[in-house]
Design a protein around this ligand. Structure first.
Ligand code: GLC
Length: 433
């Protein structure tokens, strides 16, 4: 049990322990490299006590940027054992990928412009300008890449092509689509995640094989989005990615405005389209949002907490807001003893300790807390924030938690849990670390 006062100290210790100079690993052993959205959460947490170090965390992500603008979901460091490392992705054989550093060939939710803007707020004026000058063109390149390569319909609703791109690796709606992947090709890869975490808390072998086989398919097509969209059975208009993109686009506009820089008009049109297109992922019958299977055009109507992300992006009507809140505050679904489970507790897919199929993840709670505030529900946001703090006090800085009893699951000393605890504590007025 951690006390409130030591929570911030411990959180900082974890970030220091996982610090590799200019970037931070999610946790030793299980995730020894740099992950895209992890570093964004880490930077927002670190900005409360070391804005310059936080700005370097963001800048370090651009080491991995591909010439086409893509930011990869992993940047590899040398000499760390990992199941799907440099030779698995083989990025250096791809024209336009960095040749001095190995990366994966897919992206992750585009939190980076949001994090850059948040970090900049904490920096002294001169350094802030300098930092924003550096990140702005690179962020524009990333957002251009998203729209150039991942908006096949031209509707502004972008597609993802691998569950690892969602950051919610084995979330049920994606696993449903993944059944289309021929998994036998992956048998040559041995998983080592179960050396660190018990098997019941990780994706099944079957799911794992499908994830690996799909990544190999991407490699076969040289990570060319157009070819993959045409040939892969798994292409999804993801509700989490698109909602975050709306906020990231707004952050990018603020950054450009501060620098008096121009964002191309064509891109601004896209930004508006995405904001409007979120609504097409709404299902009136069940009163919630879903991701859409791009191959069939149908909504993937398996409920998950991803439905709450449009509250974060502020892209909901009053009616949708009411429906979503009804769902969120249902104790049989999401308002459990320790909210918010990633899959509702009454779902047939609910597994309270298994990865993205039920457990509480601190980054999802962080999005939902912000969404509640945005929807004007300050007291409920505060309640969830305090419950989230208590969860960490009770069980430590774990990767995820059981929503029924608050026990910790997955990896320990998890960086984004530490970083977002700092960010949340600062919102409750607890003293800065
Ligand atoms: C897992 C999570 C993903 C995260 C990564 C590193 O793969 O599903 O969201 O970025 O671990 O922490």
């Amino acid at each position: 049990m951690i006390t409130k006062t030591s929570l911030l100290d411990e959180a900082r210790d974890i970030l220091a322990k996982n610090d590799h100079g200019d970037w931070t690993q999610p946790t030793a052993g299980l995730y020894p490299h740099q992950w895209l959205w992890d570093s964004c959460f880490i930077a927002m947490g670190a900005s409360h006590y070391d804005p310059m170090r936080a700005s370097r965390e963001i800048l370090s992500l651009f080491r991995g940027q591909w010439r086409n603008g893509m930011l990869p979901h992993i940047i590899f460091s040398e000499g760390q054992k990992y199941s799907y490392g440099p030779s698995f992705w083989d990025s250096k054989s791809i024209k336009g990928a960095p040749h001095n550093i190995a990366t994966s060939g897919i992206t992750q939710p585009p939190v980076v412009a949001i994090a850059a803007w948040e970090v900049a707020q904490t920096m002294p004026e001169k350094q802030r300008k300098n930092f924003l000058e550096k990140v702005c063109p690179r962020l524009v390149a990333y957002h251009k890449w998203i729209y150039n390569e991942r908006d096949p319909e031209g509707s502004g609703l972008t597609v993802l092509m691998h569950p690892w791109e969602t950051g919610l690796d084995n979330t049920p709606p994606w696993m449903y689509v993944m059944k289309r992947v021929e998994a036998h090709r992956s048998t040559q890869y041995k998983r080592i995640d179960t050396d660190f975490v018990s098997k019941e808390e990780r994706p099944t072998d079957e799911e794992h094989k499908e994830l690996v086989a799909l990544a190999l398919l991407h490699r076969k097509y040289g990570y060319d989005s157009k070819k993959i969209i045409e040939n892969s059975p798994v292409v999804v208009q993801d509700i989490v990615f698109n909602s975050i993109l709306v906020e990231a686009n707004s952050a990018l506009i603020k950054i450009a405005r501060e620098l008096d820089k121009h964002i191309p008009g064509k891109l601004l049109v896209k930004f508006r389209q995405t904001k409007e297109a979120i609504n097409t992922l709404w299902d009136e019958e069940t009163g919630q949002f879903y991701s859409r299977d791009f191959k069939t055009g149908k909504l993937l109507n398996i409920p998950t907490s991803s439905t709450f992300l449009p509250l974060y992006s502020g892209t909901v009507s009053e009616h949708q807001k009411e429906k979503l809140l009804e769902l969120l505050f249902d104790p049989h679904k999401y308002w459990t003893q320790d909210p918010v489970p990633t899959v509702p507790a009454d779902s047939v897919y609910f597994k309270p300790r298994c990865y993205w199929q039920g457990p509480v993840w601190i980054n999802m709670n962080w999005f939902i807390i912000k969404g509640l505030k945005r929807a004007g529900l300050k007291e409920d946001a505060q309640y969830l924030l305090e419950k989230t703090e208590q969860l960490i006090e009770q069980s430590g800085f774990r990767e995820y938690y059981c929503p029924l009893d608050g026990s910790g699951c997955g990896g320990g000393s998890f960086s984004w849990t530490a970083a977002l605890a700092i960010d949340l504590c600062s919102a409750t007025g607890h003293s800065r670390p």
